[in-house]
Design a protein around this ligand. Structure first.
Ligand code: HEC
Length: 103
């Protein structure tokens, strides 16, 4: 392979790296998915709309990737049966609303 062929690949890799781990997702489906599979339990714990789970002091997460992994873990635990895209959608939505992790 020539350099002119490798260079675009390297550029692509660095750009891809700057993207969030969930890639491009459509946030529209997130509120309903979250409401169905996730909110009830957090509400039982914290009351209100349960969102205190995501804003509490000493929360466990500090990066986008950890957030995505946590969503995946909760999904697996719940047997919600979400596809990876759905985990990504909900993680992105939680980040936009609550966490605001930049990376
Ligand atoms: C059966 C109850 C239950 C259900 C259902 C549930 N969770 Fe959780 N979730 C918890 C508990 C308990 C914790 C806190 C764990 C801890 O403090 O160690 C938690 C923590 C979290 C956190 C981390 C909060 C923080 O500290 O910042 C996220 C994110 C999260 N849940 C997302 C989800 C998502 C997404 C779903 C739906 C797929 C879901 N949860 C469903 C019980 C639940």
């Amino acid at each position: 392979m020539t350099v002119s062929r490798i260079l675009p690949l390297l550029l692509f890799a660095s750009v891809a790296h700057a993207e969030p781990p969930w890639g491009k997702v459509d946030l529209q489906a997130a509120p309903e998915l979250h409401q169905k599979a996730c909110a009830g339990c957090h509400i039982r714990m914290y009351g209100g709309d349960g969102s205190k789970m995501y804003t509490r002091d000493g929360r466990m997460l500090s990066t986008q990737l950890e957030l995505l992994q946590r969503v995946g873990a909760c999904n697996a635990q719940m047997n919600a049966g979400w596809f990876p895209e759905e985990e990504g959608t909900v993680a992105a939505w939680l980040n936009q609303r609550y966490y605001r992790f930049e990376n």
